[in-house]
Design a protein around this ligand. Sequence first.
Ligand code: GDP
Ligand code: MG
Length: 320
Amino acid sequence: MADQRIVDGVLSGDRRMMARAISMIENEDKDKHRILSALFPHTGKAYVIGITGAPGAGKSSLVDRLLSILRSRGLTVGVIAVDPTSPFTGGAILGDRIRMQEHALDKDVFIRSMGTRGSLGGLSRATKDAIQVLDASGKDVVVVETVGVGQSEVDIIKYADTTLVVLTPAGGDSVQTIKAGIMEIADVFVVNKADLPGADRTVAEINIMLDLGGATRPWRPPIVRTVTIDGSGTDEMYAAILRHSEYLKESGNLERLRKERTRRDVVDLIEYRIKSTVWEQVHGSPEFDDVVARIVSRETDPYSAALQILRQVNLDRCKE
Ligand SMILES: Nc1nc2c(ncn2[C@@H]2O[C@H](COP(=O)(O)OP(=O)(O)O)[C@@H](O)[C@H]2O)c(=O)[nH]1
Ligand SMILES: [Mg+2]
């Protein structure tokens, strides 16, 4: 399909073309760079909200509620549900699809799940690119839901302007068991399932942790309690997101954040191109197997071998 048709389609908010562009991103299609380059001038307008937390914490239920709030304010929304643990047809993602079906019929809402694909840390890059597609399509807000289990999720959530960390009342996943890295990225804490016993304790634990974190931080993440079953607390959650976005804009941090992100993106892209060029030419070649054998038998050493191989790699290829 001609690139231009996809680009025009995305820019006019055509869902089929948006889905098509995101599939090309996931499949590492050779034309994806051209499409993303053409879309780029039309990006930078969407506000990106990240939602992370343990599986079952209620992220999708909260996204569902958030969608209703955003839509009632006339905002258009794109949702990307990232689950690195599931392939595309995974049960959790399917469940999310069913739950969000009401919104899926709304033409101003676009929902897409993404799973594991490719090597070399492709998922966070693919998510970033998918955010660009939704942004270019004119969505006012992009919501990214991701399971908070490891570094890849932390990498993904770095593309959010405001990050919500979802916890549940003490018992299942008490605050101490949550990865330190996840706690640090929170702009807003959501204690969901506040209908269950123990919510007070979870809030107290988060407060203690925030106090330990030092008084100098200019933005102390607010803690909101929610119950997605009846929607209580979800307006407060939205109010906290708005307050954070205003804080980011007024303090100049939004601009700083986006600049820093851009810097990292470019470095990532350069590294990725070099890595994949080296990968293609080195890994799996019979010569490489020979070199490995010679290192093992101590005829040569890894340092000299790496240099020797590097001299033969054609790095010009990553500049095409
Ligand atoms: N009691 C209670 N259960 C909830 C609440 N929010 C979500 N759940 C339930 O928790 C389970 C996981 O919710 P889900 O939104 O799929 O969590 P996710 O894995 O974080 O996306 C579902 O069975 C929900 O019905 C809540 O506020 N209270
Ligand atoms: Mg979910």
